[in-house]
Design a protein around this ligand. Structure first.
Ligand code: FO1
Length: 313
């Protein structure tokens, strides 16, 4: 009976970045059978610590301790560590909070002891009392790189150190050809009733996940149960540098561009109420649009969008 339930109701979300966590919170309030496959292209080493921003945003969001205003880090955190690093002339452009620092220390310790990123993530989830499964898309180190007029940059250098200002020529994922998906990733995609692509940045948050060969193949063979939520309203991204990244990849900045980008493996795209005019052109590439309010300003918006999705999955 339990197994039957699991196979009927399991929902998997592909997520990354600050845009995804709002939907994850909404979904977690309407289902307990939620698997979250998280982007790891943003992971990087700094001060001898392994930092995984998208995994941590997901964990903090589910634990109810995320700094919602920033969209990253822990709410009401202090910044003594980074202030003192600065005093001693160490790098201080990446604002690691004091409580957040503990997560990076624990993860780095576990990885240095020989645990995989998935094992370390499971351990940290338990410590933060997370009920849901937060699964790194791969345990293979991959790195999102942004090719700019200021050079070929790590994504955190581009976005945080250089404040997203350089002109973007291309985005690529270093070592993606060697990335092996986690067994649990394939299992959850296969056994889920529905797979949801969160409204994260298609190039930097979802891109690294769907570029893992085995994940891509699995998604293609599960097309009928996959839906995406557009991270674009009209001709503008809801937040962040999606516009710059999409442009560098020659992807139209619109819900149609998103539908085309995901068209190999989605059947449905949820767009904002004001974007119904894209429905016909999206239908021409065999993707059906559904419209609702996709701007999540508060808990009620998050739950409403999750409930809407549950009527079409
Ligand atoms: N983003 C910033 O814009 N500035 C920061 O100083 C910063 C620190 C930071 C610390 C921990 C963490 O988990 C995330 C942090 N982020 C910061 C967010 C992060 O750089 C990106 O928004 C994500 O990588 C996007 O997916």
């Amino acid at each position: 009976m339990y197994l039957l339930n699991l196979f009927c109701y399991l929902i998997t979300v592909l997520a990354g970045g600050t845009g995804s966590i709002k939907l994850i919170r909404g979904l977690s309030s309407i289902t307990s059978e939620l698997f979250i496959i998280v982007n790891v292209g943003d992971n990087f080493w700094l001060h001898g610590l392994y930092i995984c921003p998208d995994i941590d945003t997901t964990i903090y969001g589910l634990a109810g301790i995320l700094d919602k205003k920033r969209g990253w880090g822990i709410k009401d955190d202090s910044f003594n560590f980074i202030k003192n690093m600065k005093k001693l002339d160490e790098d201080s452009w990446f604002k690691i909070g004091d409580k957040d620092l503990i997560t990076h220390i624990i993860r780095t310790k576990l990885i240095n002891e020989g645990l995989s990123l998935s094992q370390a993530t499971r351990y940290i989830c338990r410590k933060y009392r997370i009920q849901n499964d937060v699964i790194p898309a791969t345990d293979t180190p991959i790195e999102t790189r942004i090719v700019t007029d200021k050079g070929d940059l790590n994504i955190q250098d581009f976005w945080v150190k250089f404040k997203g200002k350089p002109r973007v020529h291309d985005v690529y994922y270093n070592n993606i050809e060697n990335a092996k998906s986690n067994k649990q990733v394939i299992k959850s995609l296969r056994s889920s009733r529905s797979i949801i692509i969160a409204p994260g940045n298609p190039v930097s948050s979802i891109g690294p996940i769907i570029s893992i060969k085995s994940v891509y193949e699995e998604l293609k063979s599960n097309k009928d149960k996959i839906l995406a939520i557009s991270p674009i309203i009209g001709r503008k991204p809801i937040s962040g540098p999606a516009g710059k990244y999409l442009k560098s990849k020659n992807i139209e900045i619109s819900p149609l561009g998103i539908a085309k980008f995901y068209s190999k493996f989605i059947r449905k795209l949820v767009v904002h109420n004001s974007d119904l005019n894209f429905a016909d052109s999206i239908m021409n590439i065999n993707v059906k649009t559904y419209n609702t309010n996709i701007i999540m300003r508060n808990k009620r918006d998050e739950v409403n969008l999750a409930k809407f999705i549950s009527t079409i999955w």
